[in-house]
Design a protein around this ligand. Structure first.
Ligand code: BGC
Ligand code: BGC
Length: 813
């Protein structure tokens, strides 16, 4: 078997790294003295990290947990708008639980981790730096170092001591929805940035700043080859040679280790069929021995549960392979119990347990956590108002925006624009801070936000409007491009909707298949004789040759974050007509010629980027995408009233007879359920279902069973866009079917009851509820079932997986 052969690891072929801390007998003495006092229960507690939504300070005290984290959707008090003071208060409560012990047991401070991956992005009002795929284009490690330091300061100001950054993935297939978390496709650039970001976040080893009260513990992630999975599938399998692992995917680790990175996070993904969390050769023989990594190796979100033979609550294999701490957000209690039993029985050898504990304690000592004191009383926390979103940090972010823009086309010298003229800013991204920030922004997927959630931030359109007004020109922001007076030039800002893990995976590189409204907007403005500058917001390069052709100038702006005015800095001349800032960005990801990944030469290669000083005319690009047939977003089951390709709808009558309903109207033989077409946004784009008897149901069947397990472990919802016409009782339900005897049903009644009749609404049911109700999420045959009692009438427009809904159903107890 090729896979087996390729999975052999030869540590001697791998690069060495140099752990930059000399032997430290004083530190070893402290660690040994503390461990001598610890019971096996206390040791096991250190190996476990729980999420703040699923653990309390009392739990931490009782189980001696070593770490907590705040996941992408986990906020103090579950409030999206939690500010620095609320984060501090939460951190204080956990700190006290660990440190103020009255039971005579040793006080061991907690590690508190968060994904501060483009600034302190989970905190309202924080500076949001451009996402990593933007920063790559700047080719400026010194900028990265400064961003690291600024991010560290904002994190410390909220009472948190650890960030799960930098991501040192080297994405090879940008269909991967996490590509924007990687700096570049080029391993050399990732290596340079890895060192710079670790030094920025932690401070430089050997200086007094190293892990002082203005710095945080960094994490190089996700080890290894998260960016190398087949077809760019998130959490998938990297089917590549050991040579490619070394030359491409490992590039960021030796420089991070040389810079003293204290933690490394293992990847959800696998290498040639073996999940990383179980790969002892890569975790222990390569990372810890060959590369001399002496810090702590932490797991990813219940990733250990994906190892054959493990579950979220039980996984000695991972610890024995070399994992020191597992991330068990909601599964920590079970994991604690099982791991304790395994430590006692010897299934996890005592030497391995002690090694893991010692590594964790060394990190805590090096980071000064034993002396740091109450989080809210630490120096930066006291000045949180000055630090979080400070003018200096925002200025740095704005500079980063300027440096990361890449000019793909500027025919006829339409750029730079004269701010003394009349300028229209159009497109869905014109005034949309959420869209310019992307995923991992206030919410996990970055969805469900409005400009009001970003105090102190500025949209791209607002930045342009401010500079135009200051220069004496006229700016108008109109998303739909309908201007009041004909402008001298238009800037059309458009691009991807925010997304994060696996929700962002794509089958090909088409931009918004089946929806050309951005292209039409550009063409309409051009047809009116207006020069058009396209500003494209995306986490990755996509096939947009038609949009590039349609516009006079095309700027790849990536995901610039909160400081939208950085775009105006480069697009506009200064008020006195000079070019204040030229373009500097050069592609850190190759731009594709077709929508088929990895086919042929790129449209614009790595390193490409025009500037005012070095322009060139871009001829018309080929408009053949290479993709045929209608394109359906993954995770859609019903769209515009009809089942999408690969799915079918049927009605099941109260007497059990089944009728296919892939048409516009149908009824069961017993007349208990009728379906008819209805107009919502367009003719016959939805279906109404009317029940005359209880027990009748409708069901969507998948051609092949679906595995929705990873979506279930995340916070993914089944989102149904529906309208209630009549609901006589509270007993309507949505279900998932997993075989003849297998189903998970969730009652909707109480939540639907208050929806006004005739009003369309997106109702989201957490996939977790279906699992709790008995569905086998690994094997879903029917991804949507709907039942209601006689007299009910409900209309359905779309059924799809998503993370954003108007109403989120709470799982019934
Ligand atoms: C959390 C994220 C996490 C994801 C994993 C979400 O619920 O908020 O932080 O990465 O689940 O699947
Ligand atoms: C992601 C990690 C992240 C963790 C905590 C996981 O799902 O893969 O990158 O650090 O969640 O939010």
């Amino acid at each position: 078997m090729a896979g087996q052969a390729a999975a052999a690891v030869h540590p001697e072929r791998w690069p060495r790294a140099h752990w930059p801390f000399p032997a430290d007998p004083a530190l070893e003495h402290k660690v040994a003295a503390l461990m001598a006092q610890m019971t096996v229960e206390e040791k096991v507690g250190q190996l476990i990290q729980a999420d703040i939504l699923s653990v309390t300070p009392d739990d931490v005290r009782k189980y001696h947990l070593g770490a907590i984290l705040a996941g992408g959707n986990s906020k103090p008090g579950a409030r999206l708008t939690a500010d620095a003071k609320q984060w501090q208060a939460l951190s204080d409560a956990f700190y006290r639980a660990a440190m103020e012990r009255h039971d005579g047991r040793p006080a061991i401070p907690l590690l508190f981790g968060i994904d501060a991956v483009h600034g302190h992005n989970n905190t309202v009002g924080a500076t949001l730096f451009p996402q990593n795929s933007a920063l790559g284009n700047a080719h400026d490690p010194e900028l990265i170092r400064q961003i690291g330091a600024a991010t560290a300061a904002e994190v410390r100001a909220t009472g948190i001591n650890w960030t799960f950054a930098p991501t040192v993935a080297v994405p090879q297939d940008v269909r991967w929805g996490r590509s924007y978390e990687g700096y570049s496709q080029d391993p050399r650039l990732v290596a340079e940035y890895s060192r710079a970001m670790v030094e920025g976040l932690q401070g430089k080893v050997g200086t007094p700043q190293f892990l002082d009260d203005a710095h945080v513990i960094a994490t190089a992630k996700h080890y290894l080859a998260d960016g190398g999975t087949k077809d760019g599938k998130d959490q998938g399998d990297a089917e590549v040679s050991e040579r490619e692992l070394i030359d491409v995917h490992a590039a960021g680790y030796p420089p991070a280790i040389d810079a003293g990175v204290q933690t490394v996070m293992a990847s959800f993904s696998g290498w040639n069929g073996v999940k990383m969390h179980a790969n002892k050769a890569l975790l222990t023989d390569v990372l810890k021995q060959r590369m001399d990594f002496q810090g702590l190796l932490v797991g990813d979100w219940n990733a250990h549960g994906q190892i054959p033979g493990c579950s979220n609550t039980d996984c000695p294999i991972a610890y024995n392979a070399g994992m020191d701490m597992l991330m068990a957000p909601d599964s920590w209690r079970g994991l604690y119990e099982h791991t304790l039993a395994e430590a006692k029985s010897g299934a996890i050898p005592m030497a391995r347990l002690d090694d893991a504990v010692a590594r964790i304690l060394r990190v805590k000592f090096r980071a000064g956590l034993f002396e740091a004191g109450l989080p809210s009383a630490q120096p930066l926390a006291r000045r949180a108002d000055e630090i979080v979103g400070s003018p200096a940090h925002r200025a740095l972010a704005r500079r980063a925006v300027r440096e990361s823009l890449v000019l793909l086309k500027n025919n006829g010298g339409v750029l730079p624009l004269d701010p003394r003229k009349r300028i229209l800013v159009a497109g869905e991204g014109a005034d949309n801070i959420s869209r310019q920030s992307g995923g991992w922004t206030l919410t996990w997927q970055g969805t469900g936000l409005s400009n009001a959630n970003f105090p102190g931030a500025q949209s791209i359109g607002a930045g342009i409007a401010r500079q135009v007004a200051a220069a004496g020109g006229h700016a108008e922001i109109a998303v739909d491009g309908r201007y009041t007076r004909k402008p001298d030039a238009a800037v059309v800002v458009f691009g991807e909707d925010p997304y994060a893990e696996f929700q962002g995976d794509l089958p090909n590189l088409l931009y918004r298949p089946g929806d050309d409204h951005d292209l039409q907007l550009i063409r309409r403005l051009k047809a009116a004789g207006i020069p058009v500058v396209a500003v494209f917001l995306s986490g990755r390069p996509l096939w947009v040759n038609r949009e590039i052709n349609a516009a006079d100038a095309f700027v790849a702006a990536w995901l610039p974050g909160s400081e939208g005015e950085g775009v105006a800095d480069v697009l506009l001349r200064s008020a006195d007509g000079r070019v204040a800032h030229d373009f500097h960005g050069r592609l850190a990801y190759a731009w594709p010629r077709t929508a088929l990944p990895g086919h042929g030469a790129p449209q614009f290669p790595l390193g490409y980027g025009l500037s005012y000083a070095h322009g060139a005319t871009v001829p018309a690009l080929p408009e053949v995408s290479g993709i045929q047939g209608e394109q359906i977003p993954v995770g859609n089951y019903i769209d515009r009233g009809k089942p999408v390709h690969g799915y079918s709808v049927s009605l099941v009558g109260a007497d059990g007879d089944t009728v296919s309903a892939d048409v516009s109207s149908a009824a069961t033989a017993d007349g208990s359920l009728r379906m008819s077409a209805l107009d919502y946004r367009a003719q016959e784009d939805s279906r109404r279902f009317a029940w005359t008897r209880d027990q009748a149901t409708l069901a969507v069947r998948a051609q092949a069973p679906l595995d929705l397990d990873r979506q279930t472990n995340g916070d993914v919802l089944l989102v149904v866009t529906l309208q209630v016409d009549a609901l006589p009782g509270p007993d309507a339900w949505i279900g998932l079917g997993c075989g003849t005897q297998c189903q998970g049903r969730v009652a909707l009644g109480p939540q639907l009851a208050h929806l006004a009749s005739g009003q369309w609404s997106r109702v989201g049911v957490p996939l977790k509820c279906f699992r709790a109700a008995g569905a086998d999420m690994h094997h879903i045959e029917q991804p949507f079932q709907l039942g209601a009692r006689a007299g009910s009438s409900l209309a359905v427009f779309r059924v799809a997986l998503g993370t954003d809904a108007d109403e989120v159903v709470t799982c019934p107890k």
